[in-house]
Design a binder for this molecule. Structure first.
Ligand code: G
Ligand code: G
Ligand code: MN
Ligand code: NA
Length: 253
């Protein structure tokens, strides 16, 4: 069977699963939010990371089905957690092509309704490169999603091209500063100035600012001093299955 055939099987037979990585609020220490990250558990090949099949799914156009699977599962899971009295706001990654899918807003609206989930508990992450294919069409889709009350984050912020032009024009609510800036933050003065300025810029524009890929406490302390809102990284937790995430969160209380 081809890789595409295998992936179709995976979507149809629930061989995909979601892992959850907490986004820790630096002011409160709580983890009321998490990013949902897809994993493929292949019957013969075992665990296939998204870096190996998401680009392939994008090339073939099959990403549309993968994204639909991810959205359905993330929204159902967030709905169940909210009903259980432990709401978690989830972030879901969109691929480039997803922003060109005019049916996406109505699909998301339907899934939210089925799960009785408020749009306050869903954030969609996009990348700058995802906007470049057809900016006008992507903008129309994003405006609809934002008008529905969803949050919109720019992922990998700082690594793309027209960063400033995009945040000026797009209905975004959150910047996720790329991990590349965190690796040497404590030792590298220019990285520190860039991150400090980005936090300030984000706040001046009314956006939430998240640091991604943080691996040590010295960096967390620096980010807290800079006023960064949230940290997502191995320093707190790796992406984990739903049950582990719930247990991890309960241990925080
Ligand atoms: O989780 P991990 O570090 O393995 O993720 C690797 C890459 O795959 C990241 O760029 C991440 O954004 C992407 N990715 C993870 N889950 C999803 C998903 O559900 N949809 C899309 N489009 N990309 C994802
Ligand atoms: O591209 P995107 O930001 O969606 O990718 C998110 C992925 O980054 C996560 O799924 C995870 O695998 C990876 N990641 C998260 N935190 C860390 C970290 O602290 N260090 C490293 N090396 N990778 C991380
Ligand atoms: Mn992401
Ligand atoms: Na990122």
């Amino acid at each position: 069977l081809s890789l595409l055939g295998d992936l179709q099987q995976a979507v149809e037979h629930n061989q995909l699963t979601l892992y959850y990585q907490p986004k820790v609020n630096l002011a409160t220490g709580r983890a009321d939010e998490a990013e949902a990250l897809v994993r493929w558990i292949h019957p013969d090949k075992g665990f296939i990371p998204p870096g190996e099949f998401v680009p392939f799914a994008e090339q073939t156009g099959y990403i549309r089905e993968v994204t639909r699977w991810v959205l359905a599962h993330a929204i159902a899971t967030a709905g169940a957690w909210a009903l259980a009295g432990r709401p978690v706001k989830l972030s879901v990654n969109l691929a480039t092509r997803d922003l060109l899918d005019r049916d996406l807003p109505s699909l998301v609206a339907e899934l939210l309704e089925q799960a009785s989930l408020s749009p306050d508990y869903l954030c969609l992450e996009i990348t700058e490169s995802g906007l470049m294919a057809d900016p006008a069409k992507a903008l129309a889709v994003l405006q609809q999603l934002r008008a529905m009350g969803l949050s919109i984050a720019i992922d990998d912020y700082g690594t793309g091209y027209s960063s400033l032009a995009y945040i000026r024009r797009l209905p975004v609510t959150e910047l996720k500063i790329d991990r590349a800036f965190m690796i040497e933050l404590v030792h590298n003065d220019s990285d520190r100035q860039i991150v400090r300025s980005t936090v300030e810029l984000g706040h001046r524009l009314g956006l939430k600012v998240v640091a991604e890929g943080v691996e040590d406490h010295a960096t967390v302390a620096l980010l807290r001093a800079m006023g960064c809102d949230q940290v997502q990284g191995y320093v707190f937790a790796k992406p984990m299955p739903a049950e582990d995430f719930i247990r991890w969160r309960e241990a925080l209380d």
